[in-house]
Structure formats: structure tokens, C-alpha cells
Design a protein around this ligand. Structure first.
Ligand SMILES: [Zn+2]
Length: 208
């Protein structure tokens, strides 16, 4: 398994070079616990690592990664909701001050949702069900037929996730009290460029 051995080699480099340089930080995080001020919700895509994009180290960011960086609507019907559990812990447990929904270009989940059909395993698929979070947005993008439907749906999905975050009572209450801020952002992989959403205009603009 050369791929796994490559991981172990990386671990050895970390132990030899990176860890000693950051030992004080790791010690502090271990004794004092984590207090990240920011939660980031990003895609599982291997090219979109939020710690790389935002140049952060351990303890700075509470990260949730899932297919297409989606937030499901609040649902207290008793299912096993991994994404919602992470959001609850970030907000109620860690008291993060910001949540960033980080979308990205060339998103496989978004592309598959646009094409429709079965996205994962034949028959009942976790991905098919998961992508119904943006079912309405997908239908609207297809009806509008923009020049770049993939990018349009990537941007719309970020807005849907922000709407869904506000269906969680503990987020809506904190936002109303000014204790938490929600942000939308989209990352272009090839150019390594970040765009942020202005929720008053609905437009994304490049940072810097
Ligand atoms: Zn993606």
C-alpha cells in the first residue's frame, strides 16, 4: 500500500520538523482545550482544504466537510444527522463567532446534481438523498439556463446552506443577538482565488 506508506512518511516529517516548531501551540491546545472562533463548512473535495486556503493552524478553525458543503434544514425528527451534530457542537459547544460556508468550483457533487440521475450506489443512495437539499435550487438553475449552470448552482447552494443554517433555532437566536455572523464564500481551484458573498446584494466578489 504505497499510498498509506506515503501518509506515514508524511507523519514522520510532521513529527520531525513541523511538530517541534509548534510544540508550544500544541501544548496550549491540549491543556486549555480548543476555542476556535470560526467554523468552516466545506466540501470533502481533496483540492479544497480550508486550512490550506485560509492558512490556519491547529486550534484556529472548527471544520465540517461533507459532499458539496451543504447544510441540511433543521430537522428534529430524530434521525442521525452528522452535519447538524457538528453544527450544534460548533455553535452551542464551542461558541464560534463566525460560520463560513465555503463552496468551490468544479464541485463533483454539484455537477452530478445538475446532471441528475443516480449519483452514488445503484438503488437507494446516500448522495441522491443528500443532494435533494439543493433540489429546488437545481430546478431553478436549469429553468433559468445561465451561461455557466455549474458555477451558478455552486453559488446558489451556498445561499441555500446559509438559509438552512438560520433554520437552526440556536443559530437564529445568536444571530439576532449579534453573537454570530454567517458568511458565504466560493473558491476557484485553478486560480486559488476566493470570492465572498455580500448577502444584501446576493453578489460574490473577489477578495483582495
Ligand atoms: Zn465539492
Amino acid at each position: 500500500m504505497p499510498e498509506f506508506n506515503a501518509l506515514l512518511e508524511g507523519y514522520k516529517r510532521f513529527r520531525e520538523y513541523s511538530y517541534p516548531r509548534q510544540k508550544a501551540r500544541f501544548d496550549k491546545l491540549s491543556t486549555e482545550g480548543q476555542h476556535p472562533p470560526v467554523m468552516v463548512i466545506s466540501c470533502c473535495d481533496s483540492r479544497v482544504d480550508p486550512a490550506t486556503i485560509f492558512d490556519t493552524g491547529p486550534g484556529q478553525m472548527f471544520a465540517l466537510r461533507n459532499v458539496a458543503n451543504l447544510v441540511p434544514p433543521y430537522d428534529d425528527s430524530g434521525g442521525m444527522h452528522g452535519a447538524s451534530a457538528a453544527i450544534e457542537f460548533g455553535v452551542s459547544g464551542l461558541d464560534v463567532k463566525h460560520i463560513v460556508v465555503l463552496g468551490h468550483g468544479q464541485c463533483g457533487g454539484i455537477g452530478a446534481a445538475l446532471e441528475g440521475g443516480d449519483l452514488g450506489e445503484p438503488g437507494p443512495s446516500f448522495i441522491d438523498k443528500w443532494m435533494t437539499i439543493i433540489g429546488d435550487a437545481r430546478d431553478k438553475v436549469i429553468a433559468d439556463a445561465p451561461a455557466d449552470p455549474q458555477r451558478e448552482l455552486e453559488l446558489e447552494a451556498i445561499k441555500v446552506s446559509l438559509v438552512n443554517l438560520r433554520t437552526f433555532p440556536f443559530i437564529a437566536e445568536r444571530e439576532a443577538r449579534g453573537e454570530i455572523k454567517l458568511h458565504g464564500a466560493w473558491y476557484a481551484i485553478g486560480e486559488a482565488k476566493l470570492f465572498t458573498l455580500d448577502e444584501t446584494t446576493g453578489e460574490f466578489s473577489a477578495v483582495g
